[in-house]
Write a protein that binds this ligand. Structure first.
Ligand SMILES: [Zn+2]
Length: 398
């Protein structure tokens, strides 16, 4: 056990060094590179690259692939990360939907398990979570020293540096030191973030915002919130409430919201509210998938509601997109899957507003490439990838 832990420290210490992290980040982004390309892309000397690659190969993290074509001298050997050697554990803690998963470095979910919720203290819940994670690791037969860490996406306000949930209305948690409670039992690095922020990082590393310098993820369906990436870094703010925009009125005299105000984004994108308005109009209560089917079948009442929601989303995208000069805006949840009704409408509205304002518009609005069910688990994984491969001090070399 001792040797396993110390080997874990050796592997993780190696990856954490500035140079190794830069090399891995470059390989992660580019897929495969020769030593010469790595030296050019990172600005390091060929001797440094050779030494780091030797260490990473010794740890089994980097592999040599086939030799490429010669351009006169020796045939270059292409190197790549062994994506099957490094793993990430992720947890999503949302009301009524708590799950644990094991993923590889590509973001493939290898196994997932529901976390029983209800009637426990946070301490009891997290202790139980440790047991479930341990079982997942054992069943997968993986070496713990190759787990980069546990990412936790929480619906609520989090203190990422202290690994603490400040407040989660949905979970009814206040001041819960998640990283300390999980980390002491699991002996792994624990990273926590608000769910929308985590999803924004998942889009950067695994999804629609890979090539963006600045981007925003709009969380919908269960509520409304945004995760914002500016110049490749997540914006947190001094009170960790950046992106908490669900209850800032956007439409004068708009739909009433549970917060007591009118015209917030939340009643337009929270499915429960839209569902209630559909029932009010038609007398029918529909599920999410039935609602999407009704839109596809051109049901008039459903289309009215989608137009209303698309209008609110277009305002949100345009205000915050221009404010932040974003490259990509990703709309999560099923709203983002409604290409012509929502995405195209938002894109047209954004472009027209930018044009009228004399602002060049090259912002892309898109739906998420993830299933909504997996988005938070991938978000938690994106958080771990981001902490390992994109420390703030390391610029990304294109
Ligand atoms: Zn509100």
């Amino acid at each position: 056990m001792v040797s396993l832990v110390s080997r874990h420290i050796n592997t993780t210490r190696l990856i954490r060094t500035y140079n190794a992290s830069t090399v891995l980040q470059t390989l992660y982004r580019h897929g495969s590179c020769s030593r010469t390309q790595l030296a050019k892309l990172t600005g390091m000397s060929p001797a440094t690259i050779t030494r780091i690659i030797a260490e990473l190969m010794e740890q089994g993290i980097v592999l040599e692939g086939k030799a490429g074509k010669s351009t006169g001298g020796r045939r270059p050997v292409y190197l790549h990360i062994d994506h099957t050697k490094l793993y990430i554990a992720s947890l999503k803690l949302l009301r009524d939907d708590c799950r644990a998963a094991l993923l590889d470095l590509k973001g493939n979910i290898l196994s997932t398990e529901k976390l029983p919720w209800g009637g426990q203290t946070p301490q009891e819940f997290l202790h139980n979570t440790v047991e479930i994670l341990s079982t997942i690791f054992t069943q997968a037969g993986i070496n713990r020293e190759h787990i980069l860490g546990v990412g936790v996406a929480v619906s609520g306000i989090c203190h990422p540096k202290e690994g603490r949930v400040i407040r989660s209305v949905n979970l009814d948690w206040e001041d819960v030191p998640i990283a300390e409670l999980l980390g002491s039992e699991l002996q792994l690095p624990i990273f926590i973030e608000n769910d929308a922020n985590a999803c924004a990082l998942a889009e950067v590393w695994l999804g629609t915002a890979r090539d963006a310098v600045s981007s925003m993820y709009l969380k919908t369906e269960e509520g409304a919130g945004a995760g914002i990436i500016s110049n490749k870094a997540l914006l947190n703010g001094s009170r960790f409430t950046t992106g908490e925009i669900g209850h800032v009125p956007l439409i004068a005299g708009g739909q009433p919201c549970r917060c007591g105000q009118k015209g917030c984004l939340e009643p337009y994108v929270y499915f429960g509210d839209v569902q209630a308005r559909y029932a009010e109009k038609t007398g029918r209560k529909v599920t999410r998938s039935q609602f999407v089917e009704l839109i596809q079948a051109q049901d008039a009442a459903a289309l009215d509601l989608v137009r209303e929601s698309a209008g609110a989303l277009a305002l949100a995208c345009t205000h915050w997109g221009i404010l932040l000069d974003l490259d990509v805006i990703t709309i999560g949840g099923f709203w983002g899957k409604l290409q012509s009704e929502v995405i195209d409408y938002c894109q047209r509205y954004y472009a027209a507003t930018a044009r009228q304002s004399g602002i060049p518009c090259s912002t892309t609005i898109t739906g998420s490439s993830f299933n909504n069910e997996d988005a938070d688990l991938l978000g938690a994984a994106g958080l771990v990838i981001d902490r390992w491969f994109a420390p703030l001090s390391v610029p990304f070399h294109r």
